[in-house]
Design a protein around this ligand. Sequence first.
Ligand code: NAP
Ligand code: MG
Length: 399
Amino acid sequence: MQKIQMKTPLVEMDGDEMTRILWQQIKDELILPFVDLKTEYYDLGLVEREKTKDAVTMEAALANKKYGVAVKCATITPNKQRVEEYNLSEMWKSPNGTIRAVLDGTVFRAPILIDSIKPAVRNWKKPITIARHAYGDVYKATEYRIPGEGKAELLFTAKDGTEMRQTIYDFECAGVLQGQYNKDSSIRSFAHSCFKYAIATKQDLWFSTKDTISKQYDQTFKLIFEEIYQNEYKDEFEKLGIEYFYTLIDDAVARVIRSEGGFIWACKNYDGDVMSDMVSTAFGSLAMMTSVLVSPDGNYEYEAAHGTVTRHYYRYLKGEETSTNPMATIFAWTGALRKRGELDELPDLVAFADKLEAACIQTLNDGIMTKDLAGLVEDKSAVTPVNSMGFLKAIRERM
Ligand code: NAP
Ligand code: MG
């Protein structure tokens, strides 16, 4: 069989632990036999990040900007325990944070649905994609514990020295205090990414904040979205028959639960963090959640939403059999290959991505699945639980 050819390399970002093992297996079993794979390889595994003083992460992020499409394996975000475990010279930053800062993107997360696993919300029939603004707010906040009586003020000093000052609260007792910010430039990027993604996937776009309470902060998000929509995307939306609408987050939550799914829900950073966990759990499993970072100038980074599955890795190291679900990591590969195929006008590569996804779904519909999913299916008689390799082999047969 002649292998499918590529033009531009994918930026390949390898990672850590169980997902690093799966990464190689997915390539060997499902991609390399069919595609003459061209990648520019960056090893973001913690060992290599330590060796290069994390320079490799920045190089990978810049390569993503240069070539446009990357596929990333899950990576360890070091904490104190990891610093000891890997003998790190520094607590290196989250690679995802570094990549997001370079691409200035929005994270879109969508579940993979199969017939045998019913969403916890009965009327959900199509995936709900969460678009999370990945910058600022509580994630970049400055905060104190206030020890006791005293006055808290909000002060802004402009470049020319003029001041804006307001009392936040006259504390009569101990308490807490927090300052948050965001930037118009980042909110604009967020809006552009959302509108572009809605057009690319032909889905309605919902956006929600709490602008009735946050009359400057959240209101700014609402106004920027509205302005950009009216000026730049309205015609295209109308042509495609898709809709943009803004609503209060309370109202959005109620509508989401009553909906059939099949739309994008854009959320501020914190809302997106929380809601994406709720939505993925309600759809079935974190192991079935895909994730793509989209930058406003059209760069893409595909990954799984879950982490490196540490608990399984330590079992694997002891030689025990593991049943880690590779679906989200396979879909990171297919997402990236499809996008590369679209950009380079390679219909065979696009078709390959479609076929590989179809083979995965077919395998699951045949009842062959990893243990995390097997536990979620009601009719257990129709299920054959397998380990990761058994699952990959079953997909390969169907390919
Ligand atoms: P995790 O790797 O997502 O795993 C948490 C648990 O969820 C697992 O122990 C497993 O449950 C289940 N799970 C997740 N993915 C699964 C899969 N594909 N198949 C089967 N079960 C799956 O989260 P974590 O344990 O909190 O984090 C581990 C490491 O990943 C950390 O070092 C963290 O920094 C990193 N992380 C990286 C990313 C990223 O690169 N994007 C994201 C999140 C976390 P059971 O053990 O019950 O089977
Ligand atoms: Mg979260």
